[in-house]
Design a protein around this ligand. Structure first.
Ligand code: PMM
Length: 289
């Protein structure tokens, strides 16, 4: 059976869950690739998040800055203005909130408002204050594999010594940087960063090698939901599958990632994924005869 690592420092309701967690995405942005503009209004955002919890999501990942390839950065004030009202409302409703940000200032405001996890797609590289803040706050952190901001990231999708080898090496560097900044190693979740400075083949190689990523000894988070490589896989006549028609493929990845021992999957729609993690859990727990 694959090992299943769980980070320390989570609230008891999440720490108790021994299957793969389902994190539902809430992009409070005008331009995210799959749901941009839908949830910029805080009322609609909160409604969406509560619906995802009702469907069985374990936590909500609130983000205010789009990371789609080519996206430009926004100001810290704009980011705070988008996410904080939503984080506050969700915490007030008793929802476990993760904050998807590369900025320590935004992470701090969200954690002060009650967020229980920091999700930094830059793995602590975009803002030098991020890892010291995480160390000081004691919240668990997701460090994703990242090679530069969205505007330029696809230029860095080259892996001369092999994508799996290089991603593992660079994730190890991020883990070491976090520990050097004072973050407890058992609070660090690692993420291969599917689609970030990676083409479809890179993503599939990483998914096939989840065992090697697990061998780093840290909990893993996998974010494949609705991404371009799924659109390419399911293309017909050269036309990629539409973004809103990639959820079944996302559920298939969730089942396989959960069976491989992922701690958490990040998905746009919990529907299907909450069943998939339960199936995977029963599958891996099945008794040998
Ligand atoms: N992908 C996106 C945003 N945040 N966070 C983590 N940890 N892992 C991911 O793969 C990830 C992420 C981009 O997808 P979105 O624009 O649909 O949110």
């Amino acid at each position: 059976m694959p090992s299943h690592h769980i980070p320390s420092g989570l609230p008891p309701a999440l720490a108790r869950v021994h299957r793969t967690l389902v994190m539902a995405v809430l992009n409070v942005t005008p331009d995210s690739f799959s749901d941009g503009g839908e949830f910029l209004d805080p009322e609609r955002a909160v409604e969406r998040a509560l619906h995802q919890m009702h469907l069985g999501a374990d936590l909500i990942d609130v983000g205010g800055e789009s990371t789609r390839p080519g996206a430009e950065r926004i100001s810290v004030d704009d980011e705070l203005g988008r996410v904080l009202p939503v984080v506050e409302r969700l915490v007030g409703e008793g929802v476990a909130v993760s904050i998807d940000t590369m900025r320590a200032e935004v992470a701090r405001a969200a954690v002060d408002a009650g967020a229980v996890l920091v999700n930094d797609v830059s793995g602590g590289q975009a803002d030098d204050s991020m890892l010291p803040f995480v160390a000081e706050s004691g919240v668990p952190v997701v460090l994703m594999h990242w090679r530069g901001h969205s505007r330029e990231m696809q230029q860095h999708a080259t892996y001369p010594t092999g994508v799996v080898h290089e991603v593992i090496d660079e994730l190890n560097d991020r883990l070491r940087a976090a520990i050097a900044a004072g973050v407890a190693s058992d609070r660090v979740v690692l993420d291969p960063g599917l689609g970030f400075a990676k083409d479809a083949d890179h993503n599939w190689s990483l998914l096939k090698s989840l065992d090697a990523l697990s061998a780093l000894g840290q909990p893993l988070l996998i974010g494949a939901s609705r991404k371009r490589f799924l659109g390419q896989l399911l293309a017909v006549g050269g036309e990629p599958r539409l973004v809103e028609q990639r959820d079944d493929a996302t559920v298939a990845i969730t089942a396989l990632a959960a069976a491989a021992g992922a701690w958490c999957v990040r998905v746009h729609d919990a529907r299907g994924n909450v069943d998939a993690v339960r199936v995977a859990d029963a599958w891996t727990a099945g008794n040998d005869e």
